[in-house]
Design a binder for this molecule. Structure first.
Ligand SMILES: [Fe+2]
Ligand SMILES: [Fe+2]
Length: 381
C-alpha cells in the first residue's frame, strides 16, 4: 500500500511539474494526468476517500508518516506548504476532468492564490467536488501532541552528554549507557516522524556546549545515513550510540588545548590525536555498550586512505566508522565561523565530495551530500 501511495505522490508532483513546463493542452501534461487518474482510480477502488496531511514538515497518510527522503517528496511538501495546504482528500467518484482542474488550480502561484482568497475558494469556482483541500483540525492530529518534540529529544541528548562528560572528568568508571540507548532510540523514532525538523536542529548551535552539541549532531547525521542505507532498527541503535560516543576520549584533552586559538604545537597535537585511543579505552571499561562503539571511537579519524590518526597499517575500516567520519567532518566544518551560514552548506558538501576516494569512502560521501541537499533544497536554505 505504501508504495502505491508513494507513487500517487509521484504522479501528483509530476503533473504539477508538467503544467509548470508546458501549456495545459500539451500531450506531456495530458499524459501525466492520465497516469495520475489511472493510479488514483485504482486506489479508490478499495476505499471511499484518500487523505494526505502535512504535519511538522512530514507528509502523513492516515496518521502514518512517509519516511521518505526523495527530493520530489520534499518539493511536494514545500509546494503545498507555500500554498497553505495542510490536507488534501480525494473522494471516490472523482473523474479525470476534475483532477485536471484541481492540478490547474493548485499550480497557480501562491501569491495569486492568496489574492484570490485561497485555494478552497478557487476550487469552489470550478467543477471540482471530489477533492477537499484545507487546514488540519488539530484535535485530529494526535501525532504532534503524543510524541516528544524533536527539540525535546535534542535537549535530552545534550543533557545526557553533559552528565557523561562530568562523570568521566570525576574519574567515574561506569558510563550511563542505559540512558544513552534510550536517547538514541528516541532520536531514531523522532527522526522517522519528523525527520526534517530534527535534522534542522543540527544547524542551531550553542557554542559553549560545542562538544555535546557535536556528539548529538553526529549521532543524528549518522543515523540518517544508516536509514538511507536501509539498516535495521537494531543496527541503527548501535550506530547511533557509537556516533554519540565517538569523541568520548576528547574529555581527557586538557581544556587549555581545546580552547587554544593559536596553532597547536607538535606535542599538543599529539595529545589531541590520542583521543581515539583514549575513547576506545574508556569504552572498553564500560559495560553494556555495543562493540561497535569501541571500533568507531578508535577508527573515526583514520580516514578511508588511512592518512589520518592513529596510524594503522593495511586495515579495512568499519563501515560505521567511515560513516561517523563523514558526519563528524560535516558537523565540524559547518560549525566553523568561516563556513557558518546556510549558503555555505553547499560549499562544505562539494569540498567533501571532492575528497571521496581519499579522505572519505566515495560512495558514502556522495550519498551523504545527496541526503543533505535533499533536506535543504536550495529554495529552503
Ligand atoms: Fe574525534
Ligand atoms: Fe568528532
Amino acid at each position: 500500500m505504501k508504495e502505491r501511495l508513494r507513487d500517487l505522490v509521484k504522479y501528483l508532483s509530476s503533473s504539477i511539474k508538467a503544467l509548470s513546463l508546458y501549456p495545459e493542452n500539451h500531450p506531456i501534461f495530458e499524459d501525466s494526468i492520465d497516469k495520475l487518474d489511472e493510479h488514483l482510480q485504482d486506489l479508490l477502488k478499495e476505499r471511499n476517500e484518500l487523505s494526505f496531511a502535512i504535519i511538522e514538515d512530514e507528509l502523513v497518510f492516515e496518521d502514518m508518516p512517509f519516511h521518505d527522503l526523495s527530493s520530489f517528496f520534499y518539493s511536494f511538501i514545500f509546494f503545498l506548504e507555500k500554498r497553505k495546504v495542510e490536507r488534501i482528500t480525494f473522494i471516490k467518484g472523482i473523474d479525470r476532468r476534475e483532477l485536471k482542474d484541481f492540478i490547474k488550480v493548485i499550480s497557480q502561484d501562491e501569491h495569486t492564490l492568496k489574492e484570490k482568497g485561497g485555494i478552497s475558494k478557487e476550487l469552489a469556482k470550478t467543477s471540482v467536488t471530489h477533492v477537499v483541500v484545507g487546514k488540519i483540525d488539530t484535535s485530529s492530529a494526535p501525532l504532534t501532541k503524543k510524541k516528544i518534540t524533536p527539540k525535546q529529544v535534542y535537549r535530552f541528548a545534550l543533557d545526557l552528554m553533559k552528565r557523561v562528560g562530568k562523570d568521566i572528568e570525576k574519574g567515574e568508571e561506569e558510563i550511563e549507557t542505559h540512558e544513552a540507548k534510550e536517547i538514541v532510540e528516541q532520536i531514531i523514532e523522532s527522526m522517522m516522524w519528523v525527520r526534517s525538523s530534527l535534522m534542522k536542529l543540527i544547524h542551531l548551535r550553542m557554542h559553549d556546549v560545542y562538544s555535546f552539541v557535536h556528539s548529538v549532531n553526529v549521532s543524528i547525521l549518522t543515523i540518517a545515513q544508516g536509514e538511507r542505507l536501509g539498516l535495521s532498527e537494531d543496527e541503527l541503535n548501535d550506530l547511533g550510540i557509537s556516533a554519540l560516543f565517538h569523541d568520548l576520549g576528547r574529555i581527557l584533552i586538557p581544556k587549555e588545548i581545546i580552547k587554544k586559538k593559536e596553532d597547536l604545537t607538535k606535542e599538543e597535537r599529539e595529545v589531541v590525536e590520542r583521543h581515539p585511543i583514549d575513547g576506545a579505552r574508556l569504552l572498553f571499561r564500560t559495560h553494556g555498550v555495543p562493540e561497535l562503539c569501541r571500533i568507531v571511537a578508535f577508527e573515526h579519524h583514520i580516514g578511508y586512505d588511512l592518512s589520518g590518526y592513529p596510524k594503522v597499517r593495511r586495515r579495512k575500516l568499519n563501515l560505521a566508522a567511515l560513516m561517523v567520519q563523514i558526519s563528524d567532518t560535516y558537523d565540524a566544518l559547518t560549525s566553523k565561523r568561516s563556513y557558518r551560514g546556510a549558503e555555505n552548506i553547499e560549499e562544505v558538501l562539494s569540498l567533501m565530495v571532492k575528497q571521496g576516494g581519499t579522505l572519505f569512502e566515495p560512495r558514502l560521501v556522495r550519498l551523504f551530500s545527496q541526503m543533505i541537499r535533499e533536506l535543504y533544497p536550495l529554495n529552503l536554505r
